[in-house]
Write a protein that binds this ligand. Sequence first.
Ligand SMILES: [Zn+2]
Length: 154
Amino acid sequence: MHARISTIVPHGAARNACYLHGGGQRGNERFIDTGIVIEYEGVLAICEGCVTHLAKLLGLLTPADVQALTDELREANDARVEQAQEIATLKSRNEALRTLLALDVDAFEAPPEPEPDDPIAKGLAVLEEIKAERHHEDNSEAAISREREMAEDA
Ligand SMILES: [Zn+2]
């Protein structure tokens, strides 16, 4: 069989039409010129529409089906790439968290104890005592003023 594709109803086609549906060209559909000659009629020609119908019956793909599948595949691949990037980011963050959680706090050196005779350390200690006393006094004054307020309200 020496089939050819024709953009119009092939010259010498039997019935001068698609042999299956019996009609001429619909839109831009192509024809298959099968090269098979039907005695007293002419060449067996089949239009693209009828071939497509037969192909779908057999589960074959049309160019439109292939394009739809290509688009679907591209979208799926884009989503996969995006997810892979997200996973990489999450892995990186997870690794950082693991590092933080695994830190041995005791491994850090404690700040050196001040020398007992260090004048700065002594000064700081005195400052801390003064602060503590003031804090205590502030609290006492606040308590006294609150008591006064309560007594005045009563
Ligand atoms: Zn046809």
